[in-house]
Design a protein around this ligand. Structure first.
Ligand code: NAD
Length: 352
């Protein structure tokens, strides 16, 4: 069994801990927390061993009546690999600790690409990270774009990607985030950081991205235009995307007209925390126009990305990819089966 430590038990860390626990080949050694808040309490209730991330704050756990299993260094030493889900920038600070204990680590999308040995997306470059010490599971938006780009590039070739990302202002629990009543070009200048980030997965891809922030917490929405080096029919592209294991092409009859309805479906489907691990592509938005150039066409679509959860199965796959324990196909199948990713979002007939 692969022994996995989780350092940083917030939005991403707690979801990864639950997903790792479900895997047949992995065990959670424990989770590291900085302070005894409601998430620490939940971790204890779930039976995770809790480790102190900051030495000086240990007395606070004792005051809250929460037992600690040790310090974060002990967690790192006892783990075959650590998933670092600390806030942006802290993962880079932790890199020296992982190196000291010779424990490979996965950082998250908030870290700079330059800090790590490689960036990871399971569908796109699974085989590139085996044996690396420090790997970054790319951000929610980059994961969503990479999952879309990979099959299209393989099937048709891509001349150019243009994507406008309408980004949620914050996660539901991020009370300090905004905007509250505004629509912000963010950043105002081009490109947003997402395009260069997708290039950490597809170095040769031509991609421009623009970003906006809106007062929503539910999901991001991408408006995508991709010039393909081929001229497939709309139906062929729809079938290609529908065949992808982590893409949900939304049938029109489900009446899912936005992120709110998608989240409602996830809750109705008993997804943990109402999570949506797949890219959600509106089927009727998929449109191919062939009046571009010789042998080329323009693809348009909208997709919704659940920022809090699409990277969770990617972290699980990255563990096997770094340790070299399963192939890409095996790992994605194992992760999906263990999490219930294939079955539980939409009614079976809707996915056929
Ligand atoms: P978060 O703030 O929800 O959780 C981070 C947790 O780490 C908190 O519990 C915090 O108390 C804890 N922490 C802070 N300092 C620590 C330390 N030194 N040691 C251990 N724990 C520490 O953040 P998040 O949203 O889970 O983001 C984590 C990473 O994942 C970031 O790089 C972020 O960019 C990336 N990410 C976030 C999202 C998202 O939408 N939330 C999506 C994809 C990737």
């Amino acid at each position: 069994m692969i022994q996995v430590g989780i350092n940083g038990y917030g939005t991403i860390g707690k979801r990864v801990a639950d997903a790792v626990r479900k895997q047949p080949d992995m065990e959670v050694v424990g989770v590291a927390k900085t302070r005894p808040n409601f998430e620490a309490s939940t971790a204890v209730d779930k039976g995770f061993d809790l480790y102190a991330a900051v030495e000086e704050r240990k007395p606070r756990f004792a005051e809250a009546g929460i037992d600690l299993a040790g310090d974060v260094e002990e967690l790192v030493e006892a783990s075959d690999i650590v998933v670092d889900a600390c806030p942006s920038g802290i993962g880079a600070d932790n890199a020296a600790m992982y190196e000291e204990y010779d424990t490979p680590a996965l950082l998250q999308g908030g870290e700079d690409a330059e800090v790590v040995d490689g960036s990871f997306n399971a569908r796109s470059n699974f085989d590139t990270v085996e044996g690396m010490n420090l790997v970054r599971v790319v951000s929610c938006n980059t994961t969503g774009l990479s999952r879309l780009v990979a099959p299209l590039q393989e099937a048709y070739g891509i001349e150019k990607v243009r994507a406008t990302l309408v980004r949620r202002g914050g996660d539901p629990a991020q009370t300090d985030r905004g905007p509250i009543n505004d629509i912000l070009p963010n950043p105002v200048g081009l490109p947003s950081h997402h395009g260069p980030d997708v290039n950490t997965i597809f170095p040769d891809l031509s991609i421009d991205t623009l970003g906006l922030k809106v007062p929503a917490t539910l999901m991001h929405t991408h408006s995508v235009n991709i010039t393909l080096d081929a001229d497939p029919s709309t139906e062929e592209v729809r079938e290609l995307l529908d065949d992808q294991r982590r893409t949900f092409v939304i049938p029109e009859w489900l009446g899912l007209d936005g992120a709110g309805a998608l989240k409602e479906l996830a809750q109705d489907s008993d997804r943990p925390r109402g999570d949506i691990w797949e890219n959600c592509v509106w089927g009727e938005s998929i449109t191919v126009q062939s009046d571009v150039g010789e042998g080329q066409s323009d693809l348009y679509l909208f997709q919704a990305i659940h920022q809090e959860s699409d990277v969770v199965p990617e972290n699980v796959d990255a563990i096997r990819a770094v340790l070299g324990t399963e192939s890409q196909e095996e790992s994605i199948a194992t992760t999906n089966d263990a999490m219930g990713l294939d079955e539980s979002l939409a009614p079976t007939e809707a996915r056929e």
